[in-house]
Ligand binder design. Structure first.
Ligand code: MF3
Ligand code: CO
Ligand code: CO
Length: 268
């Protein structure tokens, strides 16, 4: 996700040829998460997950966008983001970080295929997870879907955030403000910014051909985030849990196409 800042850049509308390239990249991203899923078990390190992802991506002739992505302190040093428990986003895979029973982990992948980025993430349960934690993860996924369901020509960016915020807060959770969804195509992070909170009827109007992510980060406690001195790892100020799900979507003539839908899930 993109750090929140004010901007009023022009939003690119993709041609059908460009959309076809986005489909390819986004399908690879979904398949990569499907590939990693059975490995997400107690005992594996986040670095091992990274290395599995990097090998899988390379073997398919794609490039991991996070690796070397420019940041304020240093470029991102690994190929995927692995955000465990109180880490909101942009967790850096490490050999010493071993998943334990009861953890939650968000894995966020972005392969580049033929110049286009496919950006998606899911939060996984590691072994047996406490019921309140499972609830947070379920509500976060539903938040993403409620945001996606708002997408159609003529709707506003604010409709997406409002739908997410209403549901998250009604369930007693909070919406992270400091990171937002983003336009994505040849450029990893571009206009529009897509806040996961907001007011219906406000913000830019959606038009066919726009492509962006919806990637709510939902916290068990306060919405406040802080960033470690590595310049990347974002965690909750109160050290309570945070979950996230992300899809890349395209505005169509009639509604929305979820580009990063898993082929496995479509068939299931
Ligand atoms: N994939 C993340 C997003 O959803 C961005 C990761 S940038 C990185 O926007 F450099 F941390 F990988
Ligand atoms: Co994103
Ligand atoms: Co992402």
């Amino acid at each position: 996700m993109e750090e929140q800042q004010t901007s009023s850049e022009v939003i690119t509308l993709l041609s059908s040829r460009e959309l076809e390239k986005m489909r390819k990249a986004c399908q690879m991203a979904a398949q990569l998460l499907d590939y990693l899923t059975p490995y997400v078990k107690p005992g594996i390190s986040t670095l091992e997950l990274n290395d599995l992802a990097e090998d899988w991506t390379k073997k398919r002739g794609a490039v991991s966008a996070p690796l070397g992505y420019e940041g304020t302190v240093m470029p991102f040093p690994k190929s995927i983001c692995t955000s465990v428990n109180e880490v909101i986003c942009h967790g850096i895979p490490r050999a010493e970080e071993i998943l334990r029973d009861g953890d939650i982990i968000n894995i966020d992948v972005t392969p580049i295929v033929d110049g286009y980025h496919g950006d998606t993430s899911r939060t996984f349960l590691v072994g047996n997870v406490a019921s309140r934690t499972r609830k947070l993860v379920e509500v976060t996924e539903e938040c993403m879907w409620r945001g996606i369901r708002e997408v159609k020509p003529g709707a506003r960016i604010g409709d997406i955030g409002a739908a997410i915020q209403e549901y998250a807060e009604a369930e007693g959770f909070s919406v992270v403000r400091d990171f937002v969804g983003h336009g994505v195509h040849r450029i990893f992070h571009t206009a529009p910014q897509v806040p996961h909170y907001g007011v219906r009827g406000k913000g830019k109007k959606l038009r066919p051909g726009m492509v962006f992510t919806i990637e709510p980060m939902i916290n068990l406690g306060s919405h406040e985030a802080e960033i470690l001195t590595d310049g990347w790892t974002a965690l909750t100020v109160d050290r309570q849990l945070s979950a996230q799900f992300e899809h890349t979507v395209a505005v169509t003539k009639t509604g929305v196409e979820v580009l990063t839908l898993s082929p496995a899930k479509v068939l299931a």
